[in-house]
Design a protein around this ligand. Sequence first.
Ligand code: DLL
Length: 432
Amino acid sequence: MIWNEAKECMSRDEMRELQSKRLKKVVDRVYHNVEYYRKKMQAVGIEPGDIKGIEDLSKLPFTTKDDLRDTYPFGLFAAPQSEIVRIHASSGTTGKATVVGYTRKDIEIWSECVARAFSQAGLNRNDIIQVAYGYGLFTGGLGAHYGAEHLGATVVPMSTGNTKKLTTMMKDFGATAIACTPSYLLHIAETLEADGDLDKIKLKAAICGAEPWTEQMRLQIEEKLHINAFDIYGLSEVMGPGVACDCQYHKGLHVYEDHFLPEIVDPKTLQPVGENETGELVFTTLTKEGIPLIRYRTKDLTSISYDKCECGRTLARISRFKGRSDDMLIIRGVNVFPSQVEAALLEIGEAAPYYMLIVDRVNNLDTLEVQVEVDEKFFSDKISELENLTKKIAHAIQQGIGLAVKVKLVEPKTIERSMGKAVRVIDKRKLV
Ligand code: DLL
């Protein structure tokens, strides 16, 4: 089912026209309601009247996380507090929290976008959806919750924290779908398996996001749980989950372009890159009232395609994320994304999808140790077998990232399980 055919299947010309109309409106809104933006635009000599349509987008200055921090907490809000009905915030790992506010209309649009995503995953009012993203300031829980309700599905607001209760209710309620991070879903699958419950569930789909995951991981989840797993993307600054999601063809994530205008730029030169070329994703929100953002640099690396999808949608598609530019490790001069290590690992049947990257500097030389859990089925007491496996994994990772690594096999279930965004890198170089 196409949730909103009028918006998801329009021609490129119609989309450009709609985006242009909305862009002019949002530029006008921030210029008149947000002093910070007015000053930023004046600094480059731009007035709202100069923006005639999306062809003028590049005249506008970029927005970064620092702009949100500099104006903490409400400096970029474009609506009076009396119209703000909800606040979310992301703490990040460094610096001040970034705070976002939503008007009633923003919440309605957000709910519709998440409902579109769920609908792309084949869900409807007959489904029972367990929401196992964290509820609270993080946008995952409440975002998915409102979207599932908007769809008319039955929502079970699990949040994170009690996996046993979650799996019991999954069985007892006959949940047909789950929304959580992919790393948490792995842990849920592991719990079901350990309890001999894998064939007692009715799950048919999972809508996973909030962290990078590889296609190999998606396929592994599908195989283990006998479900369809979908990739949902979003970020709190732009809205939360539901900015983009893939469909049953899994050939990229459809961006809800009628609300979020995407650009891909070279992160160094900030110039646009071509279709299907990798760069940093930048969004201009087209309909947000609470905190509209102009050319927000997400730091997420992806590429974009405007070809019509087999599902019938004409919405632009972004490719699965390679990672964030700030997740990229530079080890002995080589650029390494944790997702490359994950992809290499999962090509090998014996490795479980639990791993940690430990980066250090010894005698001025960067080192990378990859700790990998061995799949229980393959764990052995024979030293020679484990040595061979270590070599095999080290070789596969080296092929994948172009760098020699030290592999340390660890026993099944020793790497800490995550319920939210998984932490997979310890960079000791940053600690000194
Ligand atoms: O993670 C919103 C969200 C919740 C998305 C639930 C999907 C599901 P933030 O906490 O602000 O918001 O983190 C946003 O997470 O810039 C990406 O780096 C990363 N991210 C989100 N979804 C994906 C995904 C939520 N599907 C940051 N694949 C983003 C890869 C993702 N990375």
